[in-house]
Design a protein around this ligand. Structure first.
Ligand code: CTP
Ligand code: MG
Length: 204
């Protein structure tokens, strides 16, 4: 499924319909996902009409990313065993990354597969402009999207619910067996206008 129902607050507008290399962010993600997935559910803001590549279902998202993922999940046919969750904010995710996630989650006993990058910079917790704590970087990673899940595990995680930045957090809280794969540094998260400008340069 592809999540594209966000409001783009940090960006200042709905970024999913803006173009990168002449193609809308959402179309980048839908295109790559359609190369590796047997079916595709697209989650859009309420009231948006889909005029892109043909997908299996288009549903309305919710107030948070988790709400939108729940809406998308409800549209996934019950016999589906593996679900790849992607979004429009990672338009440069390569097909090869999706393939390695699928391969990883297919392994015996694995519940989810996540692309991660080791944290390179020093990490501090701050309150306003005051430093409260330095978090030892050793053993820290950042988690990218797309993310692959056993469908039953993802469904259970959403039934339990809770606040989380994405599905990986819900699944991790359940104590799921998570396999890590190497993320791709070019798979940047487009949160701001500067990120989109950087992605544009990466594309060239
Ligand atoms: N998303 C969604 N539904 C929401 C919130 C987010 O489908 N209620 C999707 C976004 O469209 C995006 C992805 O989740 O593809 C990653 O989220 P993010 O970069 O946070 O996008 P926005 O939520 O739109 O941006 P912001 O947090 O700055 O408002
Ligand atoms: Mg958001």
């Amino acid at each position: 499924m592809v999540l594209a129902a966000g409001a783009g607050e940090r960006f200042g507008q709905r970024k999913q319909f803006l173009k990168l290399g002449g193609v809308r962010l959402v179309d980048h993600s839908v295109e790559t996902m359609s190369r590796v997935c047997a079916g595709l559910v697209l989650v859009l803001p309420s009231g948006s009409l889909w005029d892109g590549r043909s997908v299996d279902d288009v549903v309305e998202g919710g107030a948070t990313r988790i709400d939108s993922a729940s809406q998308g999940l409800a549209a996934v046919p019950p016999d589906v065993q593996l679900i790849l969750v992607h979004d429009a904010a990672h338009p440069l995710a390569p097909t090869s990354l999706m393939e390695s996630l699928i391969e990883a989650v297919r392994q015996e006993g694995v519940d989810a597969a996540l692309p991660v990058l080791p944290t390179r910079d020093t990490v501090m917790r701050v309150e306003g402009d005051r430093v409260v704590e330095t978090i030892p970087r050793r053993g820290l990673v950042t988690v990218q999207t797309p993310q692959a899940f056993r469908a039953n595990v993802l469904r259970r995680a959403h039934e339990r619910g809770g606040d989380a930045s994405d599905d990986s957090v819900l699944v991790q809280r359940m104590g799921a067996n998570i396999k890590l794969v190497a993320g791709d540094p070019r798979n940047i998260h487009i949160a701001t206008k500067e990120d989109l400008a950087m992605a544009e340069r990466l594309c060239r």
